[in-house]
Design a protein around this ligand. Sequence first.
Ligand code: G3P
Length: 217
Amino acid sequence: MKFFIDTANLEQIKEAQALGVLDGVTTNPSLMAKEGISGEANINEHYRAICEIVSGDVSAEVISQDFEGMIKEGEKLAKLHHQITVKIPVIKEGIKAIKYLSSKNIKTNCTLVFSPGQALLAAKAGATYVSPFIGRLDDITSDGVELIRNIVKIYHFYGFETQVLAASIRHTQHIMHCADAGADVITAPLNAILGLLKHPLTTIGLEKFMDDHNRNL
Ligand code: G3P
């Protein structure tokens, strides 16, 4: 399972990269705004900076919602760096754009996916990744992890190569549930990833080892 970090914060991306287990980064317009990055030139510069930190795929989302605008933006973004994956919403024009960009060998991430039907169309269009938003489904008392399980099943059944990238992950337990559901990739905030390390017996055990060692000095 690949681990992506879901942020545009360079310090957090560096910290995750330093762990040695990071496979990529996902961003979206809200995450860019949270870092105060605005204007095309600054946004593009920020994507390049992220690509310099990590070695894997970096999702950069288009703003346009029409086919022509999306492919123009997508081609520009892809030219910024070979690690850029063009993130496109699962709307009618988006599916057309994914089909077009994948035919040009440009990597795509189909985003804002909330149903197996949307994921099926994304795979048919040749998306590199599909991003079901599990936290936002949980928010409305729908089962986000169950959506991951359904999409994984459908993709395996038909041999689609599109990777299931579980997004809108809010906490550590989401990551483990996505692992159990067969997600190819999870994208999560840094604290959710670091949460995997937490266990009281590890803390207690380490303290005892150190106490015993120091007493023996
Ligand atoms: O990867 C998508 C993610 O950024 C959305 O997360 O927490 O806004 O639902 P959230």
